[in-house]
Design a protein around this ligand. Structure first.
Ligand code: CA
Ligand code: CA
Length: 197
């Protein structure tokens, strides 16, 4: 049969090498010749840390594609990063969106986030507290429950930054977020009066 290294015509197929073991030919795919048959990748070398390992497996944090009989092309995967944030109409919940799917580790705490209200005209500042809404599922967002005490004038925003990125992972590669985005801003919805409770 074709595709196992030895063709129907008993020729060694491209990308394989065969040796005679007893009465049978044993064929295995060559790793490092730049031709992919069944292996995950083959970049034509036996070097590690370039995306395709010396045993022709795709290395963690990389993505490899192969077209035709060309060597695999591997590119490093960017870790997820914080992109935008949005608020519920009543400012009770803040959703932080990431560039791709993430998973929050159980060690993620509210202290990993720094949230502050900016542009509030009062000298007596509005009090802002938050808790994380737990989610152990893969998702492209993290939800924070907000508790705002004080008067808002409709010109305020929340400035968000992540203090410690090591508790948010790229789920497919188990990498923590590598890149800290700059601070992002979510505009608070106008004329909310909270804090009666
Ligand atoms: Ca090969
Ligand atoms: Ca390699």
């Amino acid at each position: 049969m074709d595709g196992d290294g030895c063709s129907r015509q008993c020729k060694i197929e491209m990308g394989f090498e065969c040796s005679i073991n007893g009465s049978k030919d044993q064929c295995k795919e060559v790793c490092g010749d730049g031709i992919v048959r069944n292996l995950a990748c083959d970049d034509g070398n036996s070097e590690p840390n370039d995306g395709c390992s010396p045993t022709c497996t795709i290395e963690i944090g990389w993505n490899c594609t192969t077209t035709g009989n060309n060597p695999s092309l591997c590119t490093k995967i960017d870790s997820p990063y914080l992109t935008t944030a949005s608020l519920e109409k009543d400012n009770s919940q803040l959703t932080l969106y990431f560039s791709s799917e993430i998973r929050a580790s159980e060690n993620l705490t509210k202290e990993n986030f720094n949230l502050k209200i900016i542009n509030n005209p009062l000298t007596d500042p509005v009090e802002l507290n938050w808790t994380i809404i737990p989610n152990d599922q893969v998702s492209n967002s993290i939800l924070l429950k907000l508790n705002i005490k004080g008067q808002l004038y409709g010109i305020e925003s929340i400035e968000i930054s992540i203090m410690d990125v090591s508790h948010i992972y790229d789920p497919s590669h188990r990498f923590p977020l590598l890149y800290l985005s700059s601070k992002i801003i979510a505009v608070l919805n106008s004329s909310q009066f909270q804090g009666q409770q």
